[in-house]
Structures are given as C-alpha cells and as structure tokens.
Design a protein around this ligand. Structure first.
Ligand code: 6LW
Length: 505
C-alpha cells in the first residue's frame, strides 16, 4: 500500500513515539503556545487522532518568559510498567523536567525537575534502571550526548552525567534517543541543524555509557542531497516496533514550496519511515531509491507492512468539531476569562487584554489553529462590539497578515494589514459605516494567500499576497503558520461561522 508523508501535517515538530503494546502515542514540541506538548494516538501509524496535550496546567507550563519559539522544546515520550513519561525542556523557564501519568487520557503529574544541562532530554528504561540522555557541552566546550541514571519520579541523579558520544561531526548534535535492542544500546541523534542540512545518525555499543561505534553509513537518513524533493530538513527521529515485529521511525521534516521557491510555511511536521535491521544488527531507514547509500524520505511511501487503510490528509475545522486544548491554542497563557469558547453555540467571544498580537511578550486575546495543508480557505464571521478584532494568518508577532474590523469615529472599517518585520502596512481599508459585522476569508494557496470579505451580503475580493514573508526562512524560529482569531486591547468581538478547509490537493 501507499501512504502519504507527512503523517501529521502542519507544525508538529520534534516527534517522539512510544507504544504500550496496544496503541502508538506521539508527542511534539509546542514552544510559546498553551497548552503544551501535543499528544496523539494511532492504531496504524499513519492516522493520528489527537488526544490533547500533556501540559495542561500553568503549574506545568509557565510561559510568561517564553519568547517566540522559546518555551517547550523537543519532548520524549516513553512507556514503562504501566506508566507514561514525557520529558522535555522549558528553555524559557526552569530547563529540563518530566511529567508522568498512568492514564494517557487523564491529567499528567506536576513537573519533576531534572537539573541537568542541555536540551532534548530523553529517557531509557532498561534492566530496572532509568537513564537520562540529553545533549550538552563537554569540558572542552564540544557538543556531545550525555548519559546518567536518574530516579524518574523525583528527578534525583543516581550517577553523574558522562559524555558518551560527539556524533559524526555535523553541527548541532541533538534530539538523542537511546534504546536497548537485543544485546546492544543504540544511540540515535540528529545533526546538521534543523534546516536543509538536517540528518540522522547513530552508533551502538554494549553499555549505555559506550563506547559507541558509529554506523558505517551515517548519515543513514537525510534528504540533504535531494534538491528537487518537496521534503527537506529530515532528522530528529524516534524508533518504535509494531505488533508484527516491524520497526518504524517518526522524524521531523518540512515541505518546501517549490524547487526554486525554497521556503516553508507549515513549520516542521511529523513523518514516518520503515526501519530494517540487517543480520549484524545495524539498521537502515527510509527508502534507498536512486541507489543512494543514505535512506531518503518521499511524500508517497510504498510499504507492504501495513494493510490497505485510508489515510486522513484533508481537514475540515469548525467551532463545533474542534475544541480549546485540542486543535486551538492560546498564546502563553490560558485566557479563559477573556476567551469564551462555546462549542454548542459554535461561537467564541473575545475580550482584549493588555497585550497586542504585535507584542513579543504577554498574552493577547488570541486563539489559533494550525495551517496544515497548502490548499483551502479559512473564514470567520466577526461581530465587533468595540476596538479591533480579526483573523490573522500568523507566524509570529513580527510576521502576520491580518483581516480585521476596527471601530472609528466614522463607523466601522475593514482593514487588510501586512506585518512583515519592521514594515506594517494597512494595505486596504474598506469603510463599513454603521455595519459592525463581516465575514472575512483567507484563501490558502501554495505560493499565495488570498483575501476576501462579505459585508452586508456583498462579496469583496481583496487580492492576494505572496506567502514567503511568513515563512520560516523569512521569520526564523521553530514553529509554523497558524490561523489566529484575535482581539486587541480594549476590544470586544464575537466570532461565529468559523470554517477552515484544508486539503492536500
Ligand atoms: C529542538 C532541537 C532543535 O529541541 O530545535 O534544531 C529545537 N533543533 O532538536 C526545537 O525544535
């Protein structure tokens, strides 16, 4: 059968996977957005149903100091003895910590802080021990992977961290995961940075502390030589075994818009590739088409390891079929008093806070859902009571395109605004007189967004804009584009009739 990559499209980076022997579970990093660490379940590895988030309380997720793409970095999920553990880093507040739960559908524990350097922490449960694995800097200032033993329920160290591997020489060794499979410990990491040179490498040894012998064909998974491929930035992977004994790997990558339009909009996403062990216990991953030594990743993957199953690649979101805490995210803080989400009435009432969507910090009245594909349209009806409220296609506070209503002394107006770094342009202003309501739409294309509105039954075409300024290549950072409902300070509005249709083709 054929399946489509990414298996979780849209900004769902740094995937980590585990299984309780029944289902598969997946987590991703979430940076400055609340709640934190998306959590999915799957029976077949290609269709992922969102359970919700791991970090759902402010006591677990202080994001006050989280700058854009700060906050929660790469998580790891592991299952051991009936208990799930998720370990991650809050780079803006507190560093490395873990939480655990015995009920994957329930609440997770309060944070257990693990006072060790580095990012991308991971756990290995083996032989009744729990190993902490993370990246860091050795005494010579060189990046490497550190391993120590800890007590997971308290975070207490049992042994001192030891630098066990420096990787194969690529920059930014990160995303380490340690496994015990048969008689070997396998240490797998990303190198090359999370951009176009990204790659995955591994080494193995007979002790968790090494010495580790590097696989002869490293990097074993990368698209860095695949200039014409839509998929770029392949790395940061995690292994899992299915019920039939087959091995798989989830990893992050992104979809560039075109061969000569090298930018991406939807952030880093989650991909799936098959993994094969040879008789000497070394593994390879992805496909080896074009006789490449390294494994590569394609948008359409052929496999005989899965039965014929349909895969969900198109998304239809409304206020009725989504919820806050699942598809919708707040900025930094759950603003339940300012943002009333009424699923039954399919409406959201928003009151501004003291923060604007143009601010680098603070918690504006903001509720956002991911852009997951490159075709479709997002629309919402806005009834403005006061101030400024609208719909944005939003990368971060410095890069967003907005369609908003604004009250002025001469009545209400509809504004299309581009915020592109230091340039903030109100591109079109349409006076609405004493009408306070409009449906605004942002169409999604591969290269452009298009803008339109309906005011008093009259359709208005408001043109197109190239999407490049909102891309990661322009804005920087680790997240992807979102569709955000917002109300500015001293504003109030009601949003209804939200529809976001997003399709692969
Ligand atoms: C992640 C690390 C990385 O923790 O970026 O560039 C961080 N690579 O692996 C955020 O995704």
């Amino acid at each position: 059968m054929k399946y489509q990559n990414p298996v979780v499209p849209g900004y769902f980076p740094d995937p980590s996977i585990t299984t309780d022997g029944n289902k598969f579970y997946l987590v991703n990093s979430t940076f400055q957005y609340f709640p934190g660490v998306t959590l999915f379940e799957s029976d077949d590895l290609i269709n992922w149903n969102m359970i919700g988030h791991v970090l759902t309380r402010e006591s677990q997720l202080p994001l006050e100091h989280a700058y854009r793409s700060g906050g929660i970095y790469a998580p790891t999920i592991r299952y051991n003895n009936g208990r799930f553990y998720m370990i991650t880093t809050n780079v803006s507040d507190g560093g490395n910590f873990l939480v655990y739960t015995d009920d994957i559908y329930g609440e997770w524990s309060e944070p257990v802080w693990v006072h060790q350097q580095g990012i991308d922490p991971s756990l290995l449960f083996a032989d009744d021990k729990c190993y902490f694995v993370g990246n860091g800097t050795d005494e010579n200032g060189k990046n490497g992977i550190f391993v120590s033993e800890i007590i997971p329920e308290t975070g207490e160290p049992v042994t001192k961290p030891v630098c066990v591997w420096h990787g194969t020489g690529g920059r930014f060794i990160e995303g380490p995961h340690l496994y015990k499979i048969g008689n070997y410990y396998y240490l797998m990491c990303a190198e090359g940075g999370t951009e176009y040179g990204h790659m995955e490498v591994y080494a193995r040894g007979t002790s968790p502390y090494g010495p580790f012998e590097s696989y002869a064909k490293n990097p074993f998974l990368t698209n860095r030589n695949m200039g014409a491929s839509e998929i770029q930035g392949v790395g940061h992977a995690d292994l899992v075994q299915d019920k039939n004994g087959n091995w798989w790997m989830v990893h992050l990558a992104f979809r560039q818009i075109k061969l000569y339009m090298q930018h991406h909009i939807t952030g880093r996403e989650t991909y799936l590739v098959p993994v094969t062990f040879d008789e000497d216990g070394w593994f390879s991953a992805g496909t080896h088409e074009e006789n490449r030594e390294e494994g590569i990743v394609l948008t359409e993957m052929e496999t005989d390891r899965l039965p014929e199953i349909e895969q969900q690649v198109d998304f239809h979101y409304t206020f009725g079929n989504t919820s806050v805490g699942k598809e919708w995210s707040y900025m930094r803080k759950p603003l339940t008093e300012n943002i009333l989400y009424d699923a039954a009435a399919e409406k959201v009432t928003m009151k501004g806070t003291d923060a604007s969507i143009n601010d680098a910090f603070g918690a504006p009245a903001f509720l956002a859902i991911r852009q997951r594909q490159h075709n479709g349209k997002t629309s919402v009806k806005i009834s403005l009571k006061s101030g400024v409220a609208g719909l944005a296609v939003y990368m971060d506070e410095n890069y967003h395109y907005d369609m908003f209503l604004r009250k002025t002394d001469n009545g209400t107006e509809l504004v299309k605004r581009f915020v592109i770094g230091p340039a903030k342009a109100e591109d079109q202003i349409i006076p609405m007189g004493d009408i306070n309501e409009a449906t605004v739409s942002i169409g999604i294309g591969r290269l452009n967004y298009s803008f339109s509105a309906v005011i008093d039954g009259k359709e208005i075409d408001m043109g197109e804009a190239i999407n490049w300024p909102l891309s990661t290549e322009s804005a920087g950072g680790f997240v992807g584009v979102l569709f955000a409902l917002f109300a500015e300070p001293e504003s109030e509005a009601v949003f209804t009739e939200f529809v976001s249709d997003q399709t692969l083709k």
